[in-house]
Design a protein around this ligand. Structure first.
Ligand SMILES: Cc1cc2nc3c(=O)[nH]c(=O)nc-3n(C[C@H](O)[C@H](O)[C@H](O)COP(=O)(O)O)c2cc1C
Length: 175
């Protein structure tokens, strides 16, 4: 049971970049997840919503905030039946309203992650990891939450060095 998985939630479409709203083809967290895949050789899994958040930024914020307030678990598409082959899960997501997006909690709660090592990486616009780490742990009791990486969304394209150092910190401890 040696395999590693990178599971990430990310949204393309309209978002803020250096103070301006614009549409993009690839979300920041997806950019980071793909870099991480090159570094680690881990399997890659996109966490996708059955009904994605709106392409319009402001509508997306409204929807995501409502899901947070209602502690919703939005339905997901195409989940693997089991994660039993994975020992390490790199878990990527954007900071939404100071924590993890609710679809990521749907993902975590779809499995028994007891004993698995979760390594969270979060892209953000100033809020860092927020309270995402403790919220992740509540949804994956028994998992081992390891040191996370916070990456400013606007620096996703330049995150290679930071990611290498982060990944190396685990390898230097024998993993
Ligand atoms: C619904 C929503 C809520 C957000 N809330 C926060 C926040 O509370 N703190 C923060 O630093 N950034 C916040 N952001 C900015 C995103 O975390 C940032 O742009 C991230 O890199 C987006 O990742 P993605 O392109 O992979 O979806 C929010 C963005 C959205 C769309």
């Amino acid at each position: 049971m040696k395999k590693r998985l990178i599971a990430y939630f990310s949204r393309a479409d309209e978002n803020y970049f250096e103070g301006e709203l614009k549409y993009v083809e690839v979300g920041n967290t997806e950019t980071v997840a793909k870099k991480l895949q090159k570094i680690t050789g881990a399997d890659l899994l996109a966490i996708r919503m059955e009904t994605p958040y709106d392409r319009d930024y402001h509508k997306c914020v409204e929807e995501a905030r409502k899901d947070l307030e209602e502690n919703a678990r939005p339905r997901l598409l195409d989940l693997p039946e089991s994660l039993k082959d994975y020992r390490v899960i790199y878990l990527g997501y954007p900071n939404y309203c100071g924590t993890v997006p609710m679809p990521v909690l749907t993902f975590l709660e779809s499995y028994d992650l007891t004993g698995k090592r979760i390594r969270p990486f979060c892209t953000h616009e100033g809020g860092g990891m927020g309270s995402s780490e403790s919220d992740i742990l509540k949804s994956s009791p028994g998992a081992i939450l390891e040191m996370g990486a916070a990456i400013p969304g606007s620096k996703a394209e330049e995150s290679d060095e930071l990611l290498e150092m982060w990944v190396d910190s685990f390898y230097s401890r024998g993993d």
